[in-house]
Design a protein around this ligand. Structure first.
Ligand SMILES: Nc1ncnc2c1ncn2[C@@H]1O[C@H](COP(=O)(O)OP(=O)(O)OP(=O)(O)O)[C@@H](O)[C@H]1O
Ligand SMILES: [Mg+2]
Length: 470
């Protein structure tokens, strides 16, 4: 579906809101201006009409009609300019009139006359025969003694100036509103485009990025606004991606290497065996050695399989009762052979009698990995000790060795997948998956693993697991 670019959306909203505000504001101004102009016109004609009606009552209409203009000048002090004044009797007949405007006669509506005869003051906007708009007021003149309306005075003024002023005001609005909307639309568009330019930069960089090209970075400059921060976040993300791609790459190299070594041995031994006929004991020896290599490969592949299943949450964790002491005794017994081979003493210290809830096979695998590491990374003559303590519904199992230890800088990586310590120490076989599997198993059982280590003095792994709720 087509969707409008943000810069356009922003600009359109901006202009729309501005247009609404301007229209509302100018309509308000226009209406207020028109009303107050009209009011001032009405007041003006009404005051003339009032003066006339009072003077008519006082003079009883004597001498009014003979020289109307003179009379007006006397009463009003000067000749009224731009006005139309007429006096009518109660039947609507014009008694006297004066016109300083184009229109000679003003057609007064019957209803207005009727109202005036009832004593009302009536305002009217009338169109003269020459299409001129005229505002008039009709004021009844009441005879003092008889309380009777004898005549009516009508004062009118042309609305030409009034109409012209309003027309000009309207014109100003009609020109200035579209102009200011046009200016804001154009400048709003450029501002939005400028503000959103970094987004486009981010997009273009993102297009260039692929697993083989993770060196691309967005030039953030020294901007610390939202988009600057977005770009920084994006750069950090690429950095992390790059690191993990590198790690995966390294892992593939490691795994191929790990698998290649036993395969080469297998191939070599099999080739040698086939070169000539041998007695049955020799064949057995070769097959036994082959089996060992096959076991090594199986372990690596098993580990990898477990980790990828764990990653996709595809693993079932059994819920069994595990007597921890029996389990650790059992593991240590099976590790004994390996420890002996290495000349390392494996000591089983005090283990609490307690039950865990979980997957026995996995917990066994986790402890085996850590104890195996202890033996593996402890030189001949060293010692690995396993003991425990109980603490607030948890059991802490300590696996302590006095081996080569782990440098401070490595500690944060040892639980990472595929991570193996310093290359110089890689005389020991392994794929670097043991601890990441152990960590995953512990966490799947709501536990934690911690490690304390001093290089060339030894390491202590502490596995904390929740006890079974009794
Ligand atoms: N007890 C220990 N003493 C010294 N270094 C250790 C100890 N345990 C682990 N390490 C370091 O941590 C790294 C990662 O351990 P991990 O068990 O994950 O891999 P590995 O033992 O090398 O291979 P794997 O267990 O898969 O056969 C090891 O390569 C080693 O450098
Ligand atoms: Mg290991």
């Amino acid at each position: 579906m087509f969707s409008l670019p943000i810069k356009w959306k922003l600009t359109l909203w901006y202009s729309l809101i501005l247009a609404l505000i301007l229209i509302a504001f100018s309509s308000g101004v226009y209406i207020y201006f028109r009303n107050s102009l009209q009011k001032s016109i009405d007041t003006k004609i009404k005051s003339i009409a009032d003066v006339l009606s009072t003077s008519m009552v006082e003079t009883h209409g004597i001498n009014v009609f003979s020289n109307f203009e003179r009379y007006l000048e006397n009463v009003l002090g000067k000749k009224p300019k731009g006005k139309f004044i007429q006096i009518m009797d109660s039947s609507g007949k014009i008694g006297a009139k004066m016109s300083d405007i184009e229109a000679e006669t003003i057609p007064t509506s019957f209803s207005a006359l009727e109202k005036a005869l009832k004593g009302e003051v009536v305002y009217e906007t009338i169109e003269s025969p020459s299409k001129q708009r005229i505002r008039t007021v009709i004021v009844p003149i009441m005879e003092k003694e008889r309380y009777k309306i004898t005549s009516i005075v009508q004062v009118g003024t042309s609305l030409e100036d009034f109409d012209e002023t309003l027309r000009r005001l309207l014109l100003i609005f009609l020109i200035s509103i579209p102009t200011s909307i046009a200016i804001t639309t154009v400048s709003g568009y450029f501002l939005a485009r400028k503000a959103l330019k970094p987004v486009d930069k981010i997009r273009r960089t993102a297009i260039k990025i692929s697993s083989s090209n993770l060196d691309e970075r967005i030039d953030v400059g020294d901007k610390r606004d939202e988009l600057g921060r977005l770009a920084t976040t994006f750069n950090d993300m690429i950095e992390r991606l790059k690191e993990s791609f590198q790690r995966i790459n390294q892992f593939s190299i490691d795994v191929s290497h790990e698998l290649k070594t036993p395969l080469t041995i297998l191939k070599g031994e099999t080739e040698v065996a086939l070169r000539k006929d041998r007695d049955i004991e020799e064949y057995k020896k070769i097959l036994k050695s082959n089996l060992e290599e096959i076991d090594r490969m199986t372990k690596i592949i098993d580990d990898l399989l477990l980790l990828s299943k764990a990653e996709s949450d595809n693993i079932v964790i059994n819920q069994e009762d595990i007597p921890i002491k029996d389990l650790l005794v059992d593991i240590c017994m099976s590790m004994e052979v390996f420890a002996k081979q290495k000349g390392v003493e494996l000591v089983l210290g005090n283990i609490d009698e307690a039950n865990l809830r979980g997957d026995e096979l996995k917990i066994r695998r986790m402890f085996s990995n850590i104890i195996e590491n202890g033996i593996k990374y402890t030189p001949k003559g060293g010692m690995v000790e396993v003991y425990s303590s109980l603490n607030d519904g948890y059991i802490n199992v300590y696996i302590k060795d006095n081996g080569i230890g782990i440098p401070e800088s490595d500690i944060k990586f040892i639980f990472d997948r595929f991570y193996r310590g310093d290359k110089s120490r890689r005389r020991e076989t392994g794929s670097g998956l043991g601890l990441s599997i152990s960590k995953w198993i512990t966490e799947a059982h709501k536990g934690t693993i911690e490690v304390k280590s001093v290089p060339s003095q030894g390491s202590t792994f502490i596995v904390k697991l929740p006890l079974k709720n009794e």
